[in-house]
Design a protein around this ligand. Sequence first.
Ligand SMILES: [Zn+2]
Ligand SMILES: [Zn+2]
Length: 441
Amino acid sequence: MNQINLLGTAFDCSCGKHHRVPTKSLYYQPDAFDHLVATAESVTDKKRYLVVADSRTYEIAGRRVENVLRQSGATVDRFMVPDIKGEPPAADDITRDHILDNAPETDLYFAVGSGVINDLVKWVSFLRKKPFITIATAASMNGYASANVAATIGGLKVLFHADACQAVFALPEIIVDAPDELSSAGLGDVLAKSVSSADWKLNQYLFQDYYCQFSVDLLKDLEPVYLENPNGIRRKDPVAFQALFHALLFSSIAMTITGTSSPASGGEHLISHTLDMIASRDGRKHDFHGRQVGVASILMAALYEKVFSIEQPKFVSPPQKVDAGFWGSLTSIVETEYEKKSRKMKKAASILQEKEKWEGLKSLIKPNLVSPTKLKNCLSEAGAAHRYQEIRDNDQPLESDKFRKVVLNANQMRERFTILDLAVMLGIIPDQIDSLIEDWV
Ligand SMILES: [Zn+2]
Ligand SMILES: [Zn+2]
């Protein structure tokens, strides 16, 4: 795969930006750990390392990493991130402080795990101004080479900028053997790409936003491997898993080099973020990010089909205010975003009223869309969540009324313009959303 050659490079792009890929190497291979010591020594000549894991990831990979590093003569400490009341750790400020207060000083961190451990180490190493290396234990999310930390501070979900890891290591046997629902969550997250890059293009077309075709094309030759052959994931086919892992990694690199989450996050992510936000507001557990994103991606692809079947758009006035009954204590945060969103919707309507502009948008975006049928088949063949009832809300199936309300309101939570907004402007949300949900998810 020639994308690998991009790691650690910097180059001028046709999008006008100078891109820099901070992550310098990826070892996804059976002998990956044989390269740990040399990589660590290329990052720092000091030899005091800290392996950070939780009780599960330590058993899966942490112990081996520790042993390999020790053989190099380095001082290797271990920090175990504790479970909270029998639940796996969370990427929040309390856990961050616990690590800052208790973990030994180090020159180089090793984050052993996927989402949470990776975010925590990215956060702590950034605050301590030390580099870190990632040891991935599942193909579950696209944050491995991202500079962003997704965390909860004071109960609020936030995303902020830190530094990306220096290198990513993964043993295929560990990634393939990870729990099925982790890999299928990873699949849900990468499948969002066809809709999120359509949403990104929409913003460029309507508001002249920055857009980078190069970063959108990064996954081009990987996508067909799992999209055309989804039961490869179910059958634990090594080729399908490698493509999925690489796609997740390069999806995070696309976000890192462009400095925005737009290449991998559109309306489907707003639905997932809304589910997360109302869950933490209510003190409930939400499902894996990628499982929520996968289901929402099918619905977004169906919305694109519906919206683009319209010959001449007739725009209705969107709600003036956010629904305080739905957002509750989150209302004031969402209101600020929705004010900016309302202005964008007005502008979009005035542009797209012109027949020529409407046709121009359709012919620009339609050719790159993946149909909802294809996305749904891919997720169902892979054994991934593809219906909203499969999304867990506090360990129970998500209720129909709750999902419906999330879909109706999700466009209000971020300024970013997506297909959800076009659907609201055209009255498809709320008028036709029940039948779309019933038909597709
Ligand atoms: Zn670019
Ligand atoms: Zn995502």
